[in-house]
Write a protein that binds this ligand. Structure first.
Ligand SMILES: [Cu+2]
Length: 163
């Protein structure tokens, strides 16, 4: 009975694009549900998030990201300064051996500038990631609602009005 229920649930999720989690594999890295937070149609910036799970014996590094939607794409982190949340570019994002690294609102993220097109809710857009050891992978980022909270972050309450 449990199996049937799972299958039914599975097909239900497959039909509903906005809650359809999708995973990618590059080398020994799994990239879980790349997503972007919906932004206003006039926005000049957007951000993308995902979880990276490593099954490798050695650490890796996310070195760069590119997307046709943006004139410029950077790896970013958030930090607190004088009670304000700010962000800055980082050279790389470490992926620990046999561990995971979450890109999420309020933490590491992919930042898109000079948008050629503003991604709309329910759409997907291409993103290319390059890792030091695992290499390069093309994936698709799903645009989620502004209120979307990823798995594993639902218990956290944080202000991430920027992204
Ligand atoms: Cu940023």
């Amino acid at each position: 009975m449990k199996t049937i229920k799972s299958i039914l649930l599975g097909s239900l999720f497959a039909l509903t694009s906005t809650v359809n989690a999708h995973d990618y594999k590059v080398g020994e890295l799994h990239i879980e549900h790349p997503w972007s937070k919906q932004v206003p149609p006039t926005s000049q910036v957007a951000a993308a998030f995902f979880n990276v799970v490593s099954h490798s014996n050695k650490g890796d590094e996310l070195l760069s990201a590119t997307s046709p939607i943006a004139g410029k794409t950077e790896l970013h982190t958030h930090f607190h300064e004088n009670g304000m949340m700010k962000m800055r570019e980082v050279e790389k994002i470490d992926i620990p051996a046999h561990g995971s690294q979450a890109l999420k609102p309020g933490g590491y993220h992919i930042m898109f500038f000079k948008l050629n097109e503003v991604p709309k809710l329910g759409e997907k857009f291409p993103l290319t990631l390059t890792f030091k050891h695992a290499g390069t992978i093309d994936l698709e980022v799903t645009v989620e609602e502004a209120t979307y909270v990823p798995e594993g972050m639902k218990e956290e309450k944080m202000d991430h009005s920027q992204h």
